[in-house]
Design a protein around this ligand. Structure first.
Ligand code: HEC
Ligand code: HEC
Ligand code: HEC
Ligand code: HEC
Ligand code: HEC
Ligand code: HEC
Ligand code: HEC
Length: 235
């Protein structure tokens, strides 16, 4: 309750300031406008940064972040759990005993993605689905027990730790830009093989034109895909 009242207070205070036209910068008002009227045009970049350089009002800034953050749904539910279909997994509503073990339970409803692919992620293959997913509900999308990349680092060493150079998508935790979580046709459960996966983000023509890349397709012979102590992720 306390936090709701506080939020309401901040709303009122901010609307008051907006109406006054003095308390908030143009950026704040523009963002608020976008909260009130979905689709209100964004400020042009120059305008936005010009205002950004004006004397910063720390208090206004605080209000801004508090209000603009979209309310995160606190829980995601697994459909059969939400529908009280406990006995689609358990002996009955009153029993914890599962009707199937491991991945068989999950694949009694979901398509089996572990038998039709060349490369299968070990924990998925072993039916350790609940190492990553909660069977009932979760604070994270896709019922994940932790968001990516934290869920990956629950088992894998953080290979970026202590390295001088970290590949941008790795530093940002975008593991799934390159890897499938379950299975794939490519080595290392990659979404596409090397070098195609690299060219989903890097300009193929630009890379190929650099002298050091002439006729080079085996990117991993020279580069580490995650992190390195040498410049340009060189091995
Ligand atoms: C999609 C399958 C599925 C459905 C539907 C489901 N459960 Fe579960 N439940 C599981 C699995 C799998 C486990 C074991 C989790 C583990 O080992 O970490 C479990 C564990 C439990 C446990 C043990 C404690 C815990 O939370 O780990 C209880 C109690 C439980 N379920 C109750 C229910 C009730 C009540 C319902 C219906 C409202 C329900 N479950 C619906 C799959 C399901
Ligand atoms: C009784 C049928 C049933 C069983 C058994 C079942 N699921 Fe589901 N699951 C569903 C349905 C229905 C949905 C929602 C529709 C969809 O995304 O396919 C769903 C969705 C999901 C999602 C996506 C959730 C989201 O927010 O997008 C995950 C992850 C998932 N299930 C994992 C599992 C795991 C892991 C197991 C085994 C422990 C399992 N399911 C067992 C029926 C089932
Ligand atoms: C290593 C962690 C991990 C394991 C183990 C794992 N998953 Fe997942 N699963 C994920 C991640 C991460 C996603 C989200 C993928 C995305 O957002 O593209 C996901 C997504 C899903 C989805 C939703 C797919 C969709 O497109 O919405 C289902 C269903 C699912 N998993 C079922 C399972 C089942 C069944 C198992 C066991 C056989 C399993 N998972 C094992 C990490 C895992
Ligand atoms: C429950 C533990 C667990 C979690 C969580 C987990 N992994 Fe793994 N992963 C493993 C194991 C075990 C192996 C096999 C290691 C081996 O063969 O040396 C593996 C192997 C891999 C491989 C190499 C696959 C191959 O065939 O060469 C990749 C890539 C990978 N994991 C990525 C991920 C990503 C990305 C995530 C997060 C979405 C993740 N892992 C989460 C346990 C886990
Ligand atoms: C830019 C693409 C890319 C991103 C992003 C990426 N990986 Fe990889 N990953 C690769 C490639 C390519 C390989 C194969 C390396 C090899 O064969 O030497 C690999 C291999 C792996 C392996 C198995 C071999 C090893 O080095 O241990 C694991 C585990 C792994 N990645 C986990 C992750 C996790 C966790 C994340 C997110 C923090 C991540 N990767 C992000 C491209 C990527
Ligand atoms: C998801 C997008 C994405 C993918 C996929 C990707 N990269 Fe990158 N990579 C980036 C970004 C973003 C940068 C940073 C660019 C910059 O700083 O100009 C970067 C930078 C680099 C750098 C320069 C690092 C430095 O310190 O200057 C190298 C080398 C590199 N990537 C190699 C690869 C290789 C090899 C692959 C394929 C295995 C790959 N990348 C796949 C997004 C990606
Ligand atoms: C024979 C070794 C070698 C191979 C193979 C190789 N590279 Fe490089 N790459 C280099 C070197 C050396 C540099 C650093 C050049 C420099 O410092 O200007 C570099 C730099 C880069 C950069 C950063 C460019 C920049 O302007 O900062 C990217 C991105 C990159 N490589 C991507 C790739 C991709 C993608 C592949 C596979 C198609 C690949 N490389 C294969 C040696 C290689």
């Amino acid at each position: 309750m306390r936090s709701i009242n506080r939020t309401r207070f901040v709303w009122c205070a901010t609307i008051f300031f907006v109406l006054l036209g003095g308390g908030c910068s143009q950026v704040t008002r523009d963002k608020l406008l976008r909260v009130f009227i979905d689709g209100a045009p964004e400020l042009k970049k120059e305008e936005s940064s010009a205002v950004g350089q004006a004397a910063p009002d720390e208090k206004a800034k605080g209000r801004e972040t508090e209000i603009i953050q979209a309310p995160k749904p606190s829980l995601f539910y697994h459909e059969p759990f939400l529908g009280q279909m406990c006995d689609s997994c358990h002996d009955s509503k009153f029993s914890q005993k599962l009707i199937f073990q491991g991945k068989e339970l999950c694949f009694s409803c979901h398509d089996d993605f572990t038998t039709d692919k060349k490369v299968v992620h070990y924990p998925a293959d072993e039916g350790l689905c609940v190492e990553c997913h909660s069977p009932h509900q979760s604070e994270n999308e896709k019922l994940l027990k932790k968001p990516v990349p934290a869920i990956c680092y629950a088992c894998h060493d953080d290979f970026a730790k202590g390295k001088k150079v970290v590949h941008y998508p790795v530093g940002e935790g975008l593991c799934l830009e390159c890897h499938e979580p379950h299975s794939s046709e490519n080595a290392s459960i990659l979404k596409k093989p090397v070098p195609a996966i690299c060219f989903t983000c890097h300009d193929k023509k630009g890379i190929k034109e650099q002298p050091q890349h002439e006729g080079q397709d085996m990117c991993l012979e020279c580069h580490d895909p995650h992190a390195s102590n040498a410049e340009k992720l060189l091995k």
